[in-house]
Design a protein around this ligand. Structure first.
Ligand code: HEC
Length: 472
């Protein structure tokens, strides 16, 4: 991806931008309640809002069973992906399936790979969490360790699954035509889509409707301002078929580090399986501006496992308004010198190389940080965004991902926005593992470690934060 920075100074309104897969939406799911009044005594130590899907479980010494204990958790935390035709590689919808895959399920839970929710819960709390509580993890692991018994179907209690936020589909845009992913295992493709509104419009929320749920792994939508529509059209025209190849971001093969282009793109939304609908605020008062004459460019990441992948024609529905109380920006955030000066070296073979950048947001106004995203490529190890208070030296963690996973990058809506006051700083920190073991597969073989620096190719890295901001 091409990355972008914050233009230090006072001006939040200037969006430098570029690509990434993260998006940020603030607003969101009604929080799920911890409805386990009567469960075992373990408290949800991370205090987050995950649904406790086993409202009535007694996990004491009695053997746990599928119907009484495991089923509701699997339904609430796995079935948004592990159903037939969905992105999860096998279904987990019955006792038979759960017991068939029990050792893989145990491993994936123990290692925190599944569900694929990456933020460190001790950092902050998020509106759309699809994570599991430690208690839920323990119940599933104990159930498997105790022999994964089926139990009595009548002991099953339906989980409370949080509803998606209410949402109005005002404007729907679709990939121009069905696209059959060509590159295995990963195809990154950008599509330019007309924006139908003839006047300036504000997007206040969106929903992604993935068409081919088996392969669609992420989507990021950017606004192309009218002045750049021709430039982007050339990227598209340079390649056959609908859309064009774009690993790092929607800049096209010739894009390189062309700052002029990238700083003028604006993010409007991002998606990964698990969270389809985002509301920027509960009452529709916060929106991102789309000027008349803009187009939308959508970057799709297809994860292709089949030899005969089906076409995809995903769409994005937008909730819009003619005006909003608060204009929001999704501000890309990185050290400009990483981008223009190549000052982010990550030596071949190194593990734990760290780069960090700190900046203020506004010298005169308090800014509200509603959501945050992170982007690195495949050698990323960990990343965080932390607000450093001027007055007290306190540090407020906005996001921390301890184990970076390129395939599951996303953006995260904070439950409570963080006030960033004049004088406060925001620090972005990334570390990398550029050892021989942690190299991507390129053309079917594992790449050899190389010296890396900022760039948008598979042999480059990034350290990019995205901040979803409004003025107080
Ligand atoms: C948001 C979608 C999503 C959710 C929710 C999800 N999975 Fe997965 N799961 C996947 C995908 C996609 C893969 C394929 C590997 C990958 O992309 O990481 C996968 C792979 C797996 C694997 C095999 C690979 C591995 O990492 O071990 C297991 C086992 C698994 N999931 C179990 C679960 C269980 C158990 C849950 C619920 C507790 C769950 N998953 C929730 C999407 C999901």
């Amino acid at each position: 991806m091409k990355g972008w920075r914050m233009f230090g100074k006072a001006t939040l309104g200037i969006a430098a931008t570029s690509l990434m897969l993260l998006v940020v939406g603030c607003g969101g799911n009604p929080d799920q309640n911890n409805n386990n009044g009567n469960t075992n005594t373990t408290t949800n130590s991370n205090g987050n809002t995950n649904t406790n899907s086993n409202g009535n479980t007694n996990t004491s010494s009695k053997a746990l069973t599928y119907h009484k204990d495991a089923r509701a958790i699997l339904e609430a935390k796995c079935q948004n992906c592990h159903t037939p035709g969905n992105i999860g590689p096998f279904p987990i919808t019955s006792f038979k399936e759960a017991s068939q895959f029990k050792s893989a399920i145990r491993d994936s839970i123990q290692a925190h790979r599944m569900p694929p929710w990456k933020p460190d819960d001790s950092c902050n709390e998020y509106k759309d969490s699809i994570g599991m509580t430690e208690q839920e993890r323990k119940i599933l692991i104990d159930w498997i360790d105790q022999g994964a018994a089926e139990g009595d179907p009548t002991s099953y209690k339906k989980p409370e699954i949080p509803k998606a936020p209410e949402f109005r589909n005002d404007v729907e845009v679709k990939l121009p035509e069905p696209y059959v992913p060509k590159q295995k295992p990963d195809d990154y493709r950008c599509f330019i889509i007309d924006w139908p509104k003839k006047t300036d419009t504000y997007v206040t929320g969106y929903r992604v409707v993935a068409d081919n749920k088996e392969t669609a792994h992420h989507l990021i939508a950017f606004v192309i301002p009218p002045s750049l529509v021709d430039t982007f059209q050339k990227y598209d025209d340079a390649e056959e078929g609908t859309g064009y190849t774009c690993y790092g971001g929607p800049t096209g093969k010739g894009g390189g580090n062309n700052i002029g282009t990238f700083t003028k793109l604006r993010w409007v939304g991002a998606w990964a399986p698990g969270i389809d609908t985002r509301q920027f605020s509960e009452d529709g008062s916060v929106g991102i501006k789309i000027p008349a004459g803009s187009k939308i460019v959508v970057q799709m990441h297809y994860n292709v496992t089949s030899n005969d992948p089906k076409p995809d024609q995903s769409s994005i529905q937008f909730q819009v308004a003619d005006k909003v109380e608060k204009e929001a920006t999704i501000q890309p955030f990185a050290d400009p010198s990483w981008v223009v000066g190549q000052t982010m070296p990550i030596p071949a073979g190194s593990v734990g190389t760290e780069h960090s950048f700190v900046t203020g947001l506004s010298s005169s106004r308090t800014v509200l940080l509603h959501g945050v995203g992170l982007h690195m490529h495949t050698r990323g190890l960990s990343a965080s965004v932390v607000v450093e208070r001027k007055e007290t030296d306190d540090k407020v963690c906005a996001i921390r991902i301890k184990k970076w996973d390129f395939n599951w990058q996303n953006s995260y809506s904070l439950k409570e926005p963080i006030e960033v006051r004049p004088g406060d700083k925001v620090r972005l920190t990334c570390t990398w593992d550029n050892s021989a073991e942690n190299q991507p597969m390129i053309g079917g073989t594992k790449a050899k470690p190389k010296d890396l620096n900022w760039g948008d190719g598979t042999h480059d890295e990034m350290c990019l934060g995205t901040l979803f901001l409004t003025y107080k």
